[in-house]
Design a protein around this ligand. Structure first.
Ligand code: SF4
Length: 339
């Protein structure tokens, strides 16, 4: 039996203040991943701060600059089905609906989605060495069964991948994460929110202890005319991505004027290569040009015993998804685009 204190906060500042009274404390919203890892005995908070009553974090609002602000406590389901998200950011809606199950999406919050932990098998096995769980204990995945692991940006200390679908779209959309903490408020560009493992794989992101995500801002540009999210996995529902790709394009005729491509399932963070996006500018949207972009994105990719197939899979997924983005009608459930 683990005993812990529980506090229900009414405001963000109350939540932050409460959490920072303890060295081992956690915020809880939907709890869909926190409760999992707690049951696995991987975390032991002495204080749980319930943030579900933070009214300011519960809405999706239009910003003065034309973008949208997603409150951190809006559920994944409410976000995916919100009329403004469906019409202006369908890439985000599609990515969210590719993740988890309907039940989990009804509970999981947008802020929590950014903070979910890796699904590396060894991370959840308290008997296995895992630098992410116990710093300095080793990495069982590097020489173990590493089918789901990273091909980009890994280190000798950790080859885990970040499992979110929603965050792959947020990376492509260049979202901004708004946080508050003991030292005040700050904004973090999405590309800087999650981190590569380096020699500190226990850190998934660049939040400081005690900081709370309050909202996520979507810039005006939503790529609602030409977008696609492609998720490749071992089974068609309720599975994490082996490789996923979020693509947003702006076109002048068949010429690309702006491209965004982010990959999931391949690294410790959503993977975006701006050089590849630049390469596509001014080029026709063809399989050949997407193949060139894929080669840039996958420069330096490294496979392990069981996951080398992901390198070729990612290349093909980038090409296919680029072409699917030309046919947004292909995004309808069950539609099969002809490429
Ligand atoms: Fe742990 Fe990372 Fe190695 Fe998995 S890949 S066992 S999370 S250190």
């Amino acid at each position: 039996m683990n005993s812990f204190a529980f506090l229900r906060a009414e405001t963000a500042s109350e939540a932050v203040k409460a959490l920072n009274t303890k060295a081992q404390a956690a915020f809880i919203a939907g709890g869909t991943n926190l409760i999992d890892i707690w049951k696995y005995n991987l975390t032991h908070p002495e204080l749980l701060v319930d943030i579900n009553r933070l009214a300011d974090c519960r809405a999706i609002i239009e910003k003065a600059d034309g973008g949208l602000r997603l409150g951190a406590l809006v559920t994944n389901a409410d976000t995916a089905y919100h009329p403004l998200i469906e019409s202006r950011y369908p890439l985000l809606s599609k990515a969210i609906l590719a993740g988890a199950s309907a039940q989990i999406r009804n509970m999981a919050t947008d802020g929590g989605n950014l903070l979910q932990r890796t699904r590396c098998y060894y991370f959840y096995d308290a008997n296995a060495p895992c630098n992410k769980r116990v710093s300095g204990s080793g990495c069982a995945a590097i020489n173990g069964y590493n089918r789901i692991h990273a091909i980009l940006g890994a280190s000798e200390h950790c080859i885990a991948v970040f499992p979110s679908d929603m965050c792959v779209a947020l990376a492509a959309l260049a979202a901004v994460v708004n946080v508050t903490g003991p030292n005040g408020d700050r904004n973090i560009a999405f590309a800087d929110f999650h981190r590569l493992p380096g020699d500190q794989p226990e850190r998934d992101n660049n939040l400081q202890y005690g900081e709370l995500i309050t909202s996520i801002d979507l810039p005006v540009k939503g790529f609602e005319q030409n977008y696609s999210y492609l998720k490749l996995r071992d089974r068609q529902s309720y599975a994490f991505a082996l490789v996923s790709v979020a693509t947003g394009l702006e076109l002048d005729g068949d010429v690309i004027t702006e491209a965004r491509i982010a990959l999931g399932g391949v690294a410790h963070k959503p993977w975006r290569a701006k050089e590849a996006e630049e390469l596509l500018k001014g080029k026709p949207a063809t399989p050949e040009n997407f193949a060139k972009a894929a080669a840039v994105i996958l420069q330096g990719a490294k496979g392990y015993k069981h996951n080398s197939f992901k390198i070729e899979l990612a290349k093909r997924a980038i090409i296919r998804n680029g072409m699917m983005a030309l046919h947004p009608q292909s995004q309808r459930p069950g539609a099969q685009p002809s490429l």
